[in-house]
Design a protein around this ligand. Structure first.
Ligand code: GDP
Length: 297
């Protein structure tokens, strides 16, 4: 799993063959390679720097056991630290959606995969947890997005709130709440409008919706291939709206998943799910080990 980084570190340690403990120079030389590996995996620079500092403290003076090479030892320390950073205390797959009907707000930029993820999540909650789910699109600017959610709902057998022209996002959210209560739904997912970039109008609208329904979970959907951009988006949404979890989409692509580490380090919020394709069953619970392996390459 770690051949690439191990090989690189092997090269570094060939020049520095000292047994016993890892010296400061050994570690510094090795961490230069680790830093490159992180940056190549699209981890943001400040996060990579911080991470390296923490590993440096842990690795310097660490005893090198006989059975593994110093390179392998550093890779193990890096790997363990990656897992510790990526994994939170909470069970990522378990949303806090007791006390029906529980509102879940889906937020993110346009094109991040928000609508698809809403349907994926609805399907998962229905099929795996036996929940009765209602979905509603709040994207009043893009009728096509509303239609898209309705089509997905029909495909997966999940109800969507009927579309009423001329309503504001807040009005739709309130109607969803009412329908979810009257209809005995366990959960209602609100697919908020996205924009191409973060702007105030968008944030004001999401805030107004949030205040109207008090969501139990606010899930930020971000494109896992976008690296630093994804982190900026997460920071903005966390500040303005408050986020309870992150969904990284397009993790089926050939990106190395560094956005996961940056996201977790910067927002401190758990990554709950990863999107692994366009189909509505392509959503998996986030696994720190898998992503750590990918980042190390
Ligand atoms: P929205 O504008 O944020 O609602 O984005 P959409 O849900 O419409 O998704 C935009 C495009 O990304 C669509 O073509 C989706 O099929 C695709 N998409 C969404 N999630 C994933 C994913 O996890 N992997 C891949 N490969 N494509 C995805």
């Amino acid at each position: 799993m770690f051949e690439n980084l191990s090989e690189r570190l092997g090269g570094v340690f060939d020049r520095l063959t000292k047994a016993g403990a890892l010296s400061a120079e050994d570690v510094t030389a090795a961490l230069r390679e680790v830093r490159i590996a992180l940056l190549e995996a699209d981890v943001s620079l400040p996060v990579a720097r911080d991470f390296i500092k923490r590993v440096q403290v842990k690795a310097t003076g660490a005893a090198v056991t006989k059975s593994i090479t110093p390179g392998q030892q550093v890779v193990k320390i890096v790997h363990d630290e990656l897992i510790a950073t990526l994994r939170g205390d909470e069970d990522p797959g378990k949303l806090k959606i007791d006390n029906p009907p529980a509102p879940v707000l889906m937020v993110g930029l346009q094109g991040s995969g928000k609508t698809t993820t809403t349907a994926k999540l609805a399907r998962r909650l229905t099929e795996r947890e036996g929940k009765k789910v209602l979905m509603a699109s709040l994207d009043t600017n893009r009728p096509a997005a509303m239609e898209q959610l309705a089509i997905l709902g029909t495909q997966i057998g999940v109800d969507t709130l009927p579309i009423v022209k001329g309503e504001s996002a807040v009005q739709i959210a309130k109607r969803a709440k009412q329908q979810a209560t009257l209809g005995g739904y366990d959960v209602y997912l609100l697919d908020t409008a996205g924009r191409l970039h973060i702007d105030e109008v968008l944030m004001d609208e999401v805030q107004a919706v949030r205040d109207a329904v008090t969501p139990r979970e606010t899930l930020l959907v971000v494109d896992g291939l976008t690296g630093q951009d994804a982190v900026n988006v997460a920071t903005e949404f966390e500040e303005k709206v408050g986020v309870t979890g992150v969904v990284l989409t397009r993790m089926d692509g050939d990106g190395r998943g560094g956005a996961a580490l940056s996201m977790r380090a910067v927002t401190g919020k758990p990554i709950r799910f990863v999107g692994l394709g366009e189909k509505t069953d392509a959503l998996e619970t986030f696994e720190a080990e898998r992503v750590a392996g990918r980042i190390l390459g």
